[in-house]
Design a protein around this ligand. Sequence first.
Ligand SMILES: *Cc1c(COP(=O)(O)O)cnc(C)c1O
Length: 466
Amino acid sequence: MTEGHRIDPVDWDAFEADLHDITHRCVERLRAARDTPWIAPPADMADRVKITGAGQATGPLFDRVFTDIVPHATGNTHPRFYGWVHGTGTATGVAAEMVAATMNANMGGRDQGGAYVERAVIDWLHGVAGWPDGSGLMTSGTSQATILALSCARMRAFPQVRAKGLAGLPEMRVYIAKGGHSCVKKALEVMGHGADATHQVAAPNGVMDVEALRAAIAQDRAAGLHPLVVVGTVGSVNLGTYDDLNAVADVARDEDLWLHCDAAFGFWSRLADAPWRDLSAGIEQADSVAMDFHKWMAVPYAAGAVLIRDEDLHLKTFRERPEYLAAGGAGLAGGAWWATDYGLELSRGFTALKVWATVEGIGTKALGAQITDNCKQAAYMGELAEASDVLDLAAPVVSNLCVIRPARGKATDLAARLQIDGDAVFSTTMVEGVSCLRAAIVNHRTTRADVVASVAALGAAVRAVD
Ligand SMILES: *Cc1c(COP(=O)(O)O)cnc(C)c1O
């Protein structure tokens, strides 16, 4: 093969024909989402995908992809998938991913159109959060966004941390409701504070007890610790509950703590109808917010974002420009807004395009209506569980989460049974020490009929337990 032709297709027409075929198979897969539940990987899956490095033409190569890989996805594209908090994906997102790969823009910085798209997404998020302005960055998800947010919080309190690390600093504490997400603990571990820097505040019915928060802060101060951040949970993974953010913000202000909101999926109830739209009232007082697009906004994985109120602080925390990254006035090295100044990554993909395309293409009204529907479906699932003689609702339905206690049988066995049979995907959790089935409905393909069928299948599985 001649120089310059090793990697690109030699025959572009043949490649285009292959790509049409691949596109067709992708669309068929989306169209048939209802017929493609999760299918466990076969015993020889590892052998099938083992790298030979031999090289293969596009047509047969993607035959392998569609035969050996595609069928064994997690199945979260299916209408009766409610496990964990998995987004469903959109057709618009599929198109945007292909275009983004075609552009192959490195979104770390430089003067390019994509930076304006990313900033447009961040600006729009400020509006949804009720912020007049602010800073922010797209991330791979809420876990990464949390590291960025907590780093800014620490920088505000201890500006010497970038040069000196943790040397000489007091032991810090970050407060989060019991049942809040483990990404906060992980962030504190990688930041060098250790898991013990997380203080889990009592949360009756899944909502942070603000008096217990005040007491914990006072106690920690008396013990010589430094209370740094309070995390408001905006949609808990276990129960779909929301902290009273206005009350939490009052404590943060009184105690001079940074208020971070973990709004991974719960942020999007702000697009829904009342009463769900008001669940996150008070988020406009936060210093930082983390959220995902790949859950309730159905943008294909992975896509999240962090919002930081104070842009100067955000830059102070992450900006690092050695000589090979110096900004130029004109040309590609120009451009005022370089994403790398706001986070950990230098090279990064054009995540913003699939988000921008989803919001612009589908529109906020349709997205909001979808979120409203999911909340209504969760409430309906709760009603059906309560009406069943073998099921019970384990906790009140607040948003899009419904947690069901079976009269007998182990929740993990029941969930596995339904998954293997292709009936429905619930995950499991513990509520007050009892193992339960959990549905987090962030699925735009789910219908009321799916909810009925899923609860019926679960009831039948419980009845089959002897
Ligand atoms: C999913 C989730 C996270 C973690 O987000 P990733 O995007 O998976 O990193 C954090 N908090 C809550 C409430 C979540 O639901």
